[in-house]
Design a protein around this ligand. Structure first.
Ligand code: GFB
Length: 319
């Protein structure tokens, strides 16, 4: 039985891969989900001990120091250092322990901020990843993640390592991180709308609600990560996002959350909070050329599933 070790296995995307592995088991393969309590990947000795214990043939590396706009603005040092350390140690151990395939995780927030790079056109594709500075709101995280692309390509070039990197757009789904200060927008809105329904208060959306994002449901992304593990072997990163036409405003996504809760009052927008990056439209042209039959879950349905998970699992949720 070949073992595929999933780091960050207890996080949102790890939970999604657990869901997919149950629904669509792969003959001859066993997924092994590990998390911080199994070893701190920022520490090389603990990372080596984890690899020695699991002896994986494959790795899907999801563990990261991540967060939404406001965490990125407040903790750039930790997000830069922790992600560099984890990615460095995982790649070193993949080579040392003879891992056949490594899948690492980038993000579409790491691509050039177009208002700073007039030479880069929208929609963004995989070829422009290093062609200009990222948006200032998550610059530290973005540069740490860009090094995953560089490190993967040089392991492939120098040691023939089959290391790939995938760049999802904004992810949401069950078992997300719902902490008010550090979470991404959709789990933050879910937590806030739940509180507004319970307390009869206003559902307050931070910022103007005007910025635009492409959101990907964690269960769809998990299927794409497993597909890429078995079918994608290029050195270039691969963007994983729904079509550009699925780009929505923060205000629209907040309304989907309100609808899922049955919250009937008007949304309130608190513009003293930063909007962050206005727009980062990416194309999924390369993904759809390689996996043309893939279908994304419609956004309102995915939001409803995520809200329902929160309502049913609030006691265990990361608040
Ligand atoms: O997911 P998010 O925090 O980060 O979304 P980014 C920020 C947008 O949602 C801003 C609005 O326009 C916020 O004004 N927003 C509204 C809120 N209410 C809230 C709220 O209660 N909490 C939060 N967090 N936002 C992320 C990166 O950027 O993109 C990640 O920070 C990751 O690292 C992801 O790469 C793909 O979408 O701006």
């Amino acid at each position: 039985m070949k073992k595929i070790m999933v780091t960050g296995g207890k996080g949102m995307l790890g939970y999604g891969i657990q869901h997919v592995a149950r629904l669509e088991p792969r003959d001859g393969y066993q997924f092994v989900f590990v998390d911080l309590e199994d070893g701190d990947l920022c520490d090389l000795a603990q990372t080596e001990a984890l690899f020695a214990r699991v002896q994986p043939q494959g790795v899907i590396h999801l563990a990261a120091d991540v967060g939404g706009l406001y965490k990125n603005m407040a903790q750039g040092v930790e997000m830069f250092e922790n992600n560099l350390l984890m990615n460095m140690n995982v790649m070193r151990c993949c080579r040392k322990f003879g891992v056949d395939k490594l899948v690492s995780c980038l993000s579409t927030c790491i691509f050039p901020e177009l208002t700073l790079c007039p030479h880069v056109q929208m929609p963004i594709d995989e070829s422009v990843i290093h062609m200009g500075p990222p948006h200032p709101s998550n610059e530290a995280y973005a540069y740490a993640k860009r090094m995953v692309d560089v490190q993967s390509r040089y392991y492939r070039k120098q040691y023939k390592s089959n290391f790939i990197s995938l760049a999802p757009t904004n992810i949401f789904g069950p078992n997300d991180n719902y902490s008010p200060e550090h979470s991404h927008v959709i789990p933050a809105l879910i937590r806030k709308c739940d509180a507004a329904m319970r307390q009869g208060t206003d559902f307050v959306v931070w910022g103007s609600g005007k910025p635009l994002r492409q959101f990907i449901f964690s269960f769809d992304l998990a299927r794409l990560f497993v597909w890429a593990y078995f079918h994608y072997n290029d050195p270039e990163p691969l963007i994983l996002a729904p079509d550009e036409s699925q780009e929505v405003s923060i205000g629209r996504i907040a309304q989907y959350v309100a609808d899922a809760f049955g919250y009937a009052k008007p949304l309130v927008f608190d513009t003293k909070y930063s909007d962050g990056q206005f727009k980062r439209t990416v194309t999924n042209r390369k993904l759809m050329s390689l996996n043309p039959s893939f279908r994304f879950t419609p956004l309102p349905e995915a939001i409803k599933t995520s809200v329902q998970w929160f309502q049913e699992n609030m006691a265990d949720a990361r608040l």
